[in-house]
Design a protein around this ligand. Sequence first.
Ligand code: PGA
Length: 260
Amino acid sequence: MRRPVVVGNWKMNNTIEEAESLTRGVIEALKGMDGVEIIICPPYTALFKVMELINGTNIMLGAQNLFHQPKGPYTGEISPIMLRDIGCRYVIIGHSERRIHLREDDETINKKVKASLDHGLIPILCVGERLDDRRMGLQEEVVLHQLSSGLNSIGRKGVEGIIIAYEPVWAIGTGVPATPQDAERMHLFIRKRLSKMYDEEIASILRILYGGSVDPGNIEDLIREPDIDGVLVGGASLDASSFSRIVRSFHKLPLSSLAG
Ligand code: PGA
């Protein structure tokens, strides 16, 4: 049974004051909510504040990126050790905005996945095709390439600790999510490939999240699909009410599909 996950990716938003007010709102709205892994990923500058606020609640902390070295002369970078130190348990890796604007390539992303596993962080590895890829029917090829290079030389033991997020680039921040059927098709494809790369057990335990214009209006249809184990939420995670409605929608599923 796969425990559902909801990740709020705040991206480059929120001052410390704004982060505090949003976090307080989320804590309040999700009090007592169990059965769902709730993760918020503020920008680095708000991590400490948010960590203090969520301490002892059902909400966990994630970062949006890291550098693959533990320490040293890497001006401007943040290491996995620093993220652990501040209380992060998760880290988003390979988000398409970093692939595009920061030119992160597959090799870099693979190093980051390894570095997070080496230091006890759970990587949320993002994969997803661009609109042109999909127009040319190349979506599976692109996603497979990102998946296999992201997980390159990561063994069975390591991969157990990973979360995958399928985020079609054309759905991110556009208000146009993938249809539940298209998302499910890709999730199933990813699961089958994981089974080939590792084995069936790994494929059946790994959580695969969907991301791209998820909001309280479309969440229920998405998570009804059997291979969508949760969501990575950008825009809608910046509003406490929207984010908590998304999380709460998991409780509307038949009880049997919620792992404790
Ligand atoms: P969005 O972003 O929900 O605003 O589309 C999702 C993401 O980029 O993780």
